[in-house]
Design a protein around this ligand. Sequence first.
Ligand code: DQA
Length: 145
Amino acid sequence: MNILVLNGPNLNLLGKREPEIYGRESLDEVMAGLVNYAAECGAEISHFQSNAEHELVNKIQSVLLDDSVYEGIIINPAAFTHSSIAIRDALLASALPVIEVHLSNIHKREAFRQHSFISDIASGVIVGLGTVGYRLALDALLDKK
Ligand code: DQA
């Protein structure tokens, strides 16, 4: 099983960015841990991070255009969660099961973080559990198969 893992803007700063909210591990460390965990589960992940909305849209479109063989998407759209209809539409076009992950509990934070353009089209949403959320998302996708 091949899973596409997407991280949105500013998540390249994990470990340096507001560590009291987002933790002290770098994105490379978190993704390396996820690759190992996936291997233990007999799965493979491909990871892509971008600060640019169109690059995330293009990556999601590659599921259809390049005949990539992904069976699910784990996405932390970061700030685009609260603004991007383009990412929502691309995820819908992919027709793959999507798990939305947020490191922080967005429901305990500012009002503008309470709305997600992704949650109602996702198979599931994991918030507020830090980086373990990515592993739980993988568990959920593997369990569906
Ligand atoms: C985030 C929450 C978003 O509101 C924020 O813009 C992020 C990270 C999270 O993982 O908690 O960049 O997606």
